[in-house]
Design a binder for this molecule. Structure first.
Ligand SMILES: [Zn+2]
Length: 161
């Protein structure tokens, strides 16, 4: 594995979950969806993986992180989400950032930055996740493992062109 100086603070557990989120982003591409995956880990260690849903005309809200929160609410209940960490293959958008905030997520770790997405023609919306969530007391780490995530964006772009 190439060393990535930006990933210097990445712990082995963070790396494991973030790689699972990137793996889910590949599954999203295979399913005809935008290239994003997410892993939600509750404070007591339960995990749930989600990915972007294939586009439905008129509905572009099926993002991996929002799907992870909804699926985790159904699977674990609302209390379990307090203090959870979400690992996202891409920097979460304002909709997903708000969803995670309302659910009580305490930390967000992301792989690809908005700039890496934009480089592959993926729409992004400001503000970035850290800018939005850090003032609300949510810790945001990333971009980490960005080359791995960006490779999936490139594969998606190659198929979308
Ligand atoms: Zn989103």
């Amino acid at each position: 594995m190439k060393s990535d100086p930006k990933s210097a603070g990445l712990s082995p557990v963070d790396a494991l979950h973030l790689r699972d989120a990137i793996r889910a982003s590949r599954a999203a591409v295979a399913a005809g969806a935008m290239p994003f995956g997410a892993v939600l880990v509750t404070a007591d260690g339960r995990t749930l993986t989600a990915r972007n849903a294939p586009a439905v005309p008129g509905d572009r809200t099926g993002h991996a992180e929002t799907n992870a929160v909804r699926d985790a609410l159904a699977a674990f209940g609302a209390e379990a989400l307090r203090g959870a960490t979400v690992y996202a293959s891409g920097e979460p958008c304002p909709m997903c950032s708000g969803t995670m905030y309302w659910a009580g997520v305490a930390r967000v770790v992301f792989a690809g930055s908005g700039a890496a997405m934009a480089a592959q023609g993926i729409d992004t919306i400001a503000p970035g996740c850290a800018q939005m969530l850090a003032p609300l007391g949510i810790r945001v780490d990333g971009p980490w493992l960005e080359p791995d995530a960006a490779a999936v964006y490139a594969d998606w772009a190659a198929g979308a062109r």
